[in-house]
Design a protein around this ligand. Structure first.
Ligand code: AHR
Length: 516
């Protein structure tokens, strides 16, 4: 039996004949064992000025007939509060490297264009104060990305001073704009995709920028430690990881980073044209197979980081991940709007499991994106709002925030469609901050139910209860007309002498707490 800490990707490669034949998966959990803490920040969100992600999705303006608090829509805030969102990354994305913060403060905003995303007018009515009000309303921490591509070190330094200082000319300006006290900035991203839309810089060139920005980006708010995150690898490419981590290992006192960013989407080819619905089993299998590749990416970059940082001081921050699909027909392709199906729910669960298994290195992640863009939690249409299958997975996984990983072992079996093969099941276990033992189980196979045989040691439990997210079809979605087609249902089972039998529906995600 394989320790799941070793990783799911191995499971597909090393299938035994008995595992292929077996319909039952035995899951061994020793609750007395403990792994690393699953940092709540792996459940982070990303909100870019892109399409209707901010304007309409979050910001409707104070005068809107849509119920709002200081211009921020109340329904979206309430839905996000239930996810206990740990942090939100803003203002981009590619947008960040063309964002000039002064355009978005004060009574007179300077409109510009959003050249990356449809070339539309950017009114800058949602700026620094509005974003920091928004994260405060949902109870999250701020992760702000500085403009390295078209900005200056001085502009970035002054932005941080404006937000976090007291008794300076810039803090007086902030007070005059309505916020006398300093804001809290928990995470500071130094550029975005500097190897691509952020300036197509070589790793060496970016490194020199990074040293300057890291040195002169000062957080003046003593009540909030600020962690700095450098641009890291583009998917499997290792140049940035090697260059930055090597330099970090030899660095002087004058600069530091706490995280290295990794961006990797599940695409099935570039430009993204995999349909969000109507894809059939082949489209499902190809997509899930690709998303499972996140495990290899995390391992590859983790191994390079281990070489230069064996104490794992620098976190791998997967601050853009998720499904990137063909845009919804009839929408502006520059707005990256896509439907969200049960397949996306499986994508979300598998990636969160991978991050949790690598919790010692992956201590932060941000799904792209929060509302109306890519693999969103929430879709809106004017005053209407719906919760996507991905939202439900994030909600079901809340007990895993800051929980302690518990090792488990199982033979994952195999799911095949034609030549595409992958493990049939995935699972993680963790001891929640509530003291309960939590299990997250995914039946990847869309054709067969999965019989789980749980063998529990190290804990006396008689009952498991929680929720399961299943769907009539692999491409089932929630719509404004039918918002609950995919929604969690209660599920429970009993344990006797540490054993529990449970049947998981095809293509489903289940989260259970084990109780005395
Ligand atoms: O999330 C959409 C875009 O994808 C981001 O702006 C960019 O960083 C990435 O390429």
């Amino acid at each position: 039996m394989r320790q799941l800490f070793i990783g799911l990707a191995l499971a597909g490669a090393a299938l035994t004949a008995s595992a292929l034949a077996a319909d039952r998966v035995t899951l061994a959990v020793d609750a007395a064992k403990a792994g690393p803490v699953i940092d709540r920040h792996i459940f982070g969100q990303f909100a870019e000025h892109l399409g209707s992600g901010i304007y309409e999705g979050v910001w409707v303006g104070r005068d809107s007939s849509i119920p709002n608090t200081r211009g921020i829509r109340n329904d979206v805030v309430a839905a996000l509060k239930a996810l206990k969102v740990p942090n939100v990354r803003w203002p981009g994305g590619c947008f960040a490297d063309e964002y000039h913060w002064r355009n978005g403060i004060g009574p007179k905003r300077r409109a510009g264009r959003n050249p990356n995303w449809g070339g539309v007018v950017e009114p800058n009515t949602f700026g620094t104060h509005e974003f920091l009000d928004f994260v405060d309303q949902i109870g999250a921490e701020a992760y702000i990305s500085a403009n390295v591509g078209s900005g200056t070190v001085q502009e970035a330094a002054e932005w941080l001073e404006y937000m976090t200082a007291e008794q300076t000319a810039l803090s007086d300006e902030r007070a005059a704009n309505g916020h006398p006290g300093p804001y809290k900035v928990a995470f500071w991203g130094i550029g975005n995709e500097s190897w691509g839309c952020g300036g197509a810089m070589s790793a060496e060139h970016y490194l020199e920028q990074l040293k300057l920005y890291a040195r002169f980006s000062r957080n003046y708010n003593g009540k909030q430690a600020m962690r700095q995150i450098a641009v890291g690898p583009d998917g499997a490419k290792t140049e940035y990881t090697e260059t930055i981590m090597k330099a970090w290992s030899q660095k002087t006192w004058s600069w530091n980073i706490d995280g290295l960013s990794l961006h990797s989407y599940t695409l099935n080819g570039w430009p993204p044209k995999a349909p969000a619905t109507g894809f059939g089993e082949e489209g499902y299998a190809r997509f899930i197979k690709e998303t499972l590749g996140m495990e290899d990416l995390v391992r590859t970059h983790g191994a390079i980081m281990d070489k230069y940082d064996p104490e794992k001081k620098v976190a791998l921050v997967v601050d853009e991940w998720g499904s990137w699909l063909a845009p919804t027909p009839g929408t502006d392709p520059g707005f990256l709007m896509q439907q969200n199906s049960q397949r996306d729910a499986i994508v979300a669960a598998l990636n969160l499991n991978i991050f949790a298994r690598h919790a010692d290195r992956v201590r932060m992640a941000n799904i792209a994106q929060m509302v109306n863009v890519l693999q969103a939690m929430i879709l809106t249409d004017k005053e209407k709002m719906l919760l996507t299958p991905t939202y439900h997975v994030f909600r079901m996984y809340v007990p895993f925030q800051d929980a302690t990983l518990v090792p488990l072992a199982f033979e994952a079996g195999s799911y095949r469609h034609g030549a595409i093969a992958m493990p049939r099941a995935d699972a993680i276990a963790a001891r929640g901050r509530d003291g309960k033992l939590w299990l997250a189980l995914t039946n990847i196979d869309p054709t067969r139910p999965l019989e789980i045989d749980l063998a529990l040691t190290g804990l006396r439990a008689s009952r498991a209860s929680g929720q399961t997210l299943r769907a009539p079809k692999i491409d089932s979605v929630n719509t404004f007309a039918a918002p609950d087609t995919v929604s969690p249902k209660p599920l429970s089972a009993t344990l006797k002498n540490g054993r529990m039998a449970l049947t998981l529906a095809p293509q489903s995600v289940t989260v259970l707490a084990l109780e005395p």
